[in-house]
Design a binder for this molecule. Structure first.
Ligand SMILES: [Zn+2]
Ligand SMILES: [Zn+2]
Length: 346
């Protein structure tokens, strides 16, 4: 927490705040309707994300989640309760015992393509030259699969420069939710617990919601600091921090476009552009489950000229990926982790 914020919280000011500051605060509490932001509200909590990932690996009970993740009991209870409220999990009683199990709902399972898209990104850019931690096997075709994000209309792969956007029926701005992690530091290391995972490595860079929103502005063609600041209604110090981190991690490069005063713009690198797959996979999930039938954004595939939904498909047989059809081959020794002690990530 920044020192200033800590002080402010510890000792509330009794002086009335100037009016301008109040109205600016009010303005900052709306944000563009965005299915990706809604999705990230759920998965950008590191523990929630890790719990969902374990569930994809077949974990179902409280104790099994606890031992796989080394997560404190109270934290696990809290996250399972929240994820059940959000209808990502449903609780079932197993057999005659009192023991509860947590099963992914249809909505929860449908997050799988987004995870796979993030994993592919992590494999391509963040594996440090080593083989990816997991090899995916698509059981319907029996092939080692490298899923890709494709156009639902023509079935061809879609990259950041292959689509255009227009406002959909759910476009507009809404009040930002209270209690959102807007001021949390973007230290992504909290994602790196438990299994080696390209998804964790990807979220280490962009799992902070503001980081991903800044990347989203890049996809919309907004390159300049003031423009991004305006679009996101974000505090300047947070925007500066996220841009610096995204430059350091190779997602953006900075280019000076004016001197005295010096001004820079932020261009997505090839690596940054490659985040487009995960971006639209999460967009699709948010549209499907959280937009109440009113997607804020409609995508058109430039190559075929049609509006499309993003689909995550097997690159070999071209069929959409679903969790139940995938098997894994581990490229690491599972005994070499799991001895991780509890590690607070809050
Ligand atoms: Zn198409
Ligand atoms: Zn296949």
């Amino acid at each position: 927490m920044p020192v200033a914020a800590k002080l402010q919280r510890a000792k509330p000011s009794t002086r009335p705040r100037p009016k301008t500051a109040v109205s600016r605060d009010k303005a900052a509490r709306t944000e563009r309707n965005c299915s990706v932001a809604r999705t990230l509200d759920i998965v950008s909590d590191a523990w929630a994300f890790l719990i969902i990932r374990e569930a994809f690996f077949g974990t179902q009970t409280f104790e099994a989640f606890r031992s796989a993740l080394g997560i404190p009991r109270a934290t696990l209870t809290d996250r399972l309760r929240k994820l059940t409220q959000l209808a990502i999990f449903r609780q079932v009683a197993s057999g005659s015992s009192q023991r509860k199990e947590y099963r992914l709902t249809k909505m929860g399972f449908d997050l799988y393509p987004s995870f796979i898209a993030l994993m592919q990104f992590g494999d391509r850019w963040l594996a440090g030259g080593k083989p990816p931690p997991l090899t995916l096997i698509h059981t319907p075709c029996g092939c080692d699969s490298h899923p890709r994000v494709t156009c639902s209309y023509c079935g061809e792969a879609v990259g950041a420069r292959d689509a255009k956007y227009r406002d959909g029926p759910g476009a507009g701005r809404s009040a930002a939710k209270e209690g959102r992690n807007t001021r949390r530091a973007s230290d992504g290391s909290r994602f790196l617990t438990g299994r080696p995972s390209s998804v964790s490595r990807a979220l280490e860079i962009i799992g902070d919601k503001w980081s991903f929103m800044v990347v989203r502005e890049g996809f919309f063609g907004n390159r300049r600091y003031d423009k991004i600041l305006n679009e996101l209604a974000i505090a300047p110090n947070i925007l500066t921090d996220r841009l610096n981190r995204l430059v350091a991690s190779g997602v953006f490069r900075r280019r000076q476009y004016q001197s005295s005063p010096d001004r820079h713009e932020y261009l997505l690198t090839d690596m940054g552009l490659d985040l487009y797959g995960p971006f639209i996979a999460m967009l699709r999930w948010g549209d499907r489950w959280l937009a109440k039938g009113k997607p804020p954004l409609i995508l058109t595939h430039l190559a075929c000229g049609h509006d499309f939904e993003p689909s995550v498909d097997c690159d070999r047989c071209k069929q959409p990926i679903v969790a139940a059809d995938m098997r894994y081959r581990l490229a690491y020794d599972p005994r070499s982790f799991g001895a991780l002690g509890p590690r607070s990530v809050d």
